[in-house]
Design a protein around this ligand. Structure first.
Ligand code: HEM
Length: 421
């Protein structure tokens, strides 16, 4: 059994967190190249960490060895989100997942359709009337924020504008605490942003608890009946669901979709996506493959083990890096190219090799809901508009944190459009 390529260096001095977070894609690509391996080690957050950048490694980590590697989020995340399934492991996590998933699957999903249609139409209906090009990441984040508040708390941005604004501001404050938490020193050295975030958390939990006590219908009435171990757990999960994280992730994918299909040279792609649901699914898969919202997820080895034949000592962290896994040339030909056709060709039926929504038995419990939201929003765009970058030349350099998106919010001119058949 051989050592994992690369080095985890010495404590503190050997830490590569700054380098990684500054440009994760360059960090991974340069190490994949220098180590000659898509699995390598480096010191991250001052811990020896294995970077998993191959499909085979990701599958082994998240599926075959799911019982050997526990989820391992940072202490600051646990503090900010409290007791949720994300920070639980083993049987308890599986029981929680089963209960929660009933809210986001099959027939339960139909109950959100009207709300999703209404919020998408409200936010997307007048795009061609705007005299200025539209900053699309901001547009989609507003849409997704309205959606999560409507779905999870029954708070409509128009009917309850003041409350919606208050919750959105608190979620932003809550979120800023997460990103202001020091990444490479102990959380006990809290920043003021972090304590403000904890204050925001308490206020949000109070609002959520009041909604839980009311007689409202919808998801809020169903989550009350989930048999959680503690009676505070329903509120904590709702806090996670309405946090800024989910709107950002949805806005990231909607932005990448809009960019990939922008321009007069993409008319035939947009037309085909509008007319053919399979092709639209392949376009969305390709957006998720190239531009997954999140960098990935972290695990910790509970015991000495192996990954792709390399020795992994107990206590080592492992990070699956979604954008790197998705560009594994062993599985995806021309991995950096946007080719929806690959999903009906060489990669047909291989959706489960992606990890935009995680993979295996700890994958995202909101996958079906996400798909419903994404498909409703992009169908609205395809049915009503043609779109182009305006100005035509803009910097589209992506950043990856907290979610993937161009550093500068892209500006798009939408034109009213119906495809002639
Ligand atoms: C575009 C939107 C979303 C993206 C990209 C996304 C992505 C992910 C990813 C990558 C994971 C796995 C993390 C890991 O393995 O460490 C995950 C887990 C999770 N997601 Fe999502 N998610 C999204 C939306 C949602 C929504 C709408 C919900 C709420 C219903 C949700 C609830 C969860 C939960 C509870 C987990 C943890 C599951 C567990 O620990 O077993 N996510 N998500």
């Amino acid at each position: 059994m051989s050592q994992i390529p690369g080095s985890s260096g010495y404590a503190l001095m050997g830490d590569k967190s700054f380098e990684f977070y500054k440009d994760p894609m360059h960090f991974c690509n340069s190490r994949i190249h220098s180590n000659g391996s898509r699995i390598f080690q480096a010191r991250l957050l001052n811990k020896p960490t294995i970077f998993v950048c191959s499909v085979k490694g990701m599958k082994e980590l998240l599926c075959e060895k799911v019982n050997v590697f526990d989820t391992s989020y940072t202490a600051s995340m646990c503090k900010l989100f409290g007791d949720t399934v994300c920070f639980t492991n083993g049987e308890e996590a599986q029981l929680l997942r089963m209960s929660l998933m009933q809210l986001f699957r099959g027939k339960a999903l139909d109950t959100y359709a009207d709300c999703i249609n209404r919020v998408c139409a409200r936010n997307l209906k007048d795009l061609s009337l705007s005299s200025e090009p539209v900053a699309i990441y901001s547009l989609f984040k507003r849409l997704a924020t309205e959606l999560v508040l409507a779905i999870f708390l029954n708070v409509d941005a128009e009917e309850s504008a003041a409350l919606s604004k208050q919750i959105t501001q608190l979620s932003t404050q809550h979120w800023h605490g997460l990103i202001s938490a020091p990444v490479n020193v102990k959380v006990s050295v809290w920043s003021s942003g972090f304590s403000q975030a904890l204050e925001a958390k308490q206020k949000l939990l109070k609002i959520i608890s009041e909604h839980l006590k009311s007689e409202e219908d919808g998801l809020i009435s169903k989550i009350r009946d989930v048999p959680f171990p503690e009676n505070t757990n329903a509120a904590q999960h709702l806090l996670l669901f309405i946090s800024a994280l989910i709107p950002k992730a949805l806005a990231s994918l909607l932005t990448s979709f809009t960019l990939e299909l922008a321009g007069s040279n993409k008319i035939s792609v947009r037309k085909r996506a509008q007319e053919n649901e399979d092709y639209l699914n392949h376009v969305l898969l390709e957006v998720e493959r190239l531009w997954p919202s999140f960098i990935g997820g972290r695990r910790i080895a509970k015991q000495d083990t192996t990954l792709c034949g390399y020795k992994v000592p107990k206590g080592y962290l492992a990070l699956f890096v979604a954008f790197a896994v998705h560009r594994d040339p062993d599985i995806f030909d021309d991995p950096d190219e946007f080719q929806p056709e690959r999903w009906s060709g060489r990669n047909a039926g291989q959706e489960k090799l992606l990890c935009c929504f995680g993979n295996g038995s700890r994958n995202c419990i909101g996958i079906e809901l996400n798909n419903m939201i994404l498909k409703t929003a992009v169908a609205y765009l395809l049915n009503h508009y043609s779109w182009d970058l305006d100005p035509p030349s803009q910097s589209l350099d992506y950043k990856w944190l907290p979610v993937s998106r161009p550093t500068e919010d892209p500006k798009i001119k939408f034109t009213s459009w119906t495809y002639k058949t």
